[in-house]
Design a binder for this molecule. Structure first.
Ligand SMILES: NC(=O)c1ccc[n+]([C@@H]2O[C@H](COP(=O)([O-])OP(=O)(O)OC[C@H]3O[C@@H](n4cnc5c(N)ncnc54)[C@H](O)[C@@H]3O)[C@@H](O)[C@H]2O)c1
Length: 265
């Protein structure tokens, strides 16, 4: 029970990676706010988790809904100790093709939404006076120049530097700020962005030769939210099967055993 008695707000947690993070934090003793723009799915997820979860609808592209989310969290649960900025959207679109409104929508949700949630959470954590944990879900697309990752990659790179800036600004208040960069995960966003060609390319480029699972991101989030990570701040933890580390690689030889943990996807 690494998070006993903590209140955690996980944005975009009705499904996918956010849902896995919320479930894992609840298992570790946290009271979890399942918040999402899809309130019906959020209600179902909170009901499945049980008494350690509540659902609050909020669209992170709307500042007034974000403020209401944190007001409701503190009035219903008394405080906020952990924020996970997970809500995000993506499209695969070339720089020469992407329309301005699409660019702005992605930046508004992935970057501005995370900034506004962090601002609301940090103000409350500072006033509470006993620190806190902020975790930003970024992406390999913000670290490498992937084809079609135009607005999506730029939004995640922006969030990764904001992660460092917040870590420095909030350190005196006992708030740690860290990011997790997942490799590819076959969620709804994954399905929307990954053609078969993309899946095949990832299998060639990732040393572990497989997609990750939402639970593998969730265990990293629990670690960063726990006291085990008390001296870690401003860091990005890649949970990516070695994708960022990879340099020279040779084609996978199917006659050899699959790497440990391979799912065969
Ligand atoms: N799946 C991947 O391969 C992958 C890789 C790296 C990073 N990520 C990041 O992980 C995070 C979660 O993605 P996922 O793969 O679980 O996607 P998903 O589509 O399964 O889940 C995203 C959730 O966010 C919610 N959401 C979207 N826009 C919102 C908004 N404006 N306000 C509130 N909620 C909103 C959706 O309703 C959904 O429940 C995202 O930030 C994504 O960029 C995903």
């Amino acid at each position: 029970m690494k998070l006993q008695g903590k209140v955690a707000v996980v944005t975009g947690s009705a499904r996918g990676i956010g849902c896995a993070i919320a479930e894992a934090m609840a298992r570790e003793g946290a009271l979890v706010v399942i918040t999402d723009r899809d309130i019906d799915e959020a209600n179902r997820t909170a009901a499945r988790i049980g008494t350690s979860a509540i659902a609050i609808g909020a669209d992170v592209s709307k500042p007034e809904e974000i403020e209401a989310l944190f007001e409701q969290t503190t009035s219903r649960l008394g405080k906020v100790d952990i924020l996970v900025n997970n809500a995000g959207i993506g499209v695969a679109r070339l720089v020469v093709d992407i329309a301005l409104d699409e660019w702005e929508r992605i930046i508004r949700i992935n970057l501005t939404g995370a900034f506004l949630c962090s601002q609301q959470a940090a103000r409350r954590m500072i006033a509470q006076g006993h620190g806190g944990k902020i975790i930003n879900i970024v992406s390999l697309s913000g670290q490498k120049g992937g084809v079609g990752r135009s607005a999506y990659g730029a939004s995640k790179a922006g969030l990764e530097v904001l992660n460092k800036i917040m870590a420095v600004e909030f350190a005196d208040s006992g708030i740690t700020v860290n990011a997790i960069a997942p490799g590819p995960i076959m969620t709804e966003t994954g399905k929307a962005m990954h053609t078969q060609e993309t899946v095949d390319a990832y299998h060639r480029l990732i040393p572990q030769r497989r997609y990750g699972e939402p639970a593998e991101i969730a265990s990293a989030a629990v670690f960063l939210a726990s006291d085990d990570a008390s001296y870690i701040t401003g860091h990005t933890l890649n949970v990516d099967g070695g994708f960022l580390a990879a340099g020279l690689m040779f084609p996978f030889d199917p006659s050899k055993d699959k790497p440990i943990g391979a799912t065969g996807q």
